[in-house]
Design a protein around this ligand. Sequence first.
Ligand code: ADP
Length: 316
Amino acid sequence: MLKVIENIKLGVLLIDNKNTVILSNNYVSYIFDCNIEPGKSIIDGWENYKFLTLFDKFIKENFQKVEFEHKILKFNKILIENGYIIIIEDITKEESYQAMKMNFFSNASHELKTPITSIVGYAETLLLNNDIDKKDQNKFLKYIYQNALNLNDLINNILQLAEIEHFKQSSDVLSNVDILALLSELNINHLINSKNIEFIQECELSAIPFNKYHLKTILDNLLDNAFFYTKEGFIKLKCHNDNNYYIFEVQDSGIGIEKSQQEKIFERFYKIKSKGSGLGLAIVKHLVLIYNGSIELESTVGVGSLFRLKFPKKNE
Ligand code: ADP
């Protein structure tokens, strides 16, 4: 029993009626990075003043959750004959995951509301007014259609991000992806001739071990942005490798991104110009991390942006 208590991933403190520590396990030392010896008082037996204050407060207030030194700790007091047991759980990870989830849902519902409100508004106007002329009817139907498409994109992106976040390791889904074949399947191919932009493709890679769907998603998102934010000039896609890395670069001569925004654009739902869901780069970043890769951004406002992705070869 003592062995179990010693090695359990919960802090266990056995205290008598006079607040003297009878037993303190390894996890207590791990959480507080300091041990309390049996025989000392739970309130003033600690060498560190901060712990002493924490336990003094616990004895007086019997709180259940406390933020302490960047950790969130859950306390549970169990009364026993001649004393009590304090169980301490480090719930920092769970709490920050929970906060992240709440944040995601509130952002997602806010983003979903925008197109839905427009769809409902225009549909209501059409239903309640019989005298709208044909031209306006068509205009409103186009708004409804466009917002329905936006809604569809948003839902697809949210589902895609949720799916990607479940991927912890890339190794079970790797196959040799034929790069040239993949490039010919990218969504941007229809955009290449649509603007006065030169599309340059420099590809030195023939095949890399990857999940084809992941690589396509990454390049589609980066190139889609490059085309959207570039009016004229060029867009360059480069794939090459050195001794340690497979390297993909997407460069454009577009509007560029201010320094202060360059980290934020990888956050979920963050967008400077409201073209889409603000999830594209968050999806790219997640996918890159699955492959232990890294993403660098070099950008100058008015000159253009360069997104460089590096994937370690030792993933093979
Ligand atoms: P979305 O899915 O809405 O396109 P992203 O996550 O892909 O959103 O991009 C977030 C923001 O980053 C965009 O709103 C845009 O302002 C900025 N951005 C992304 N790529 C580029 C680029 N190539 N040039 C300029 N701005 C860009």
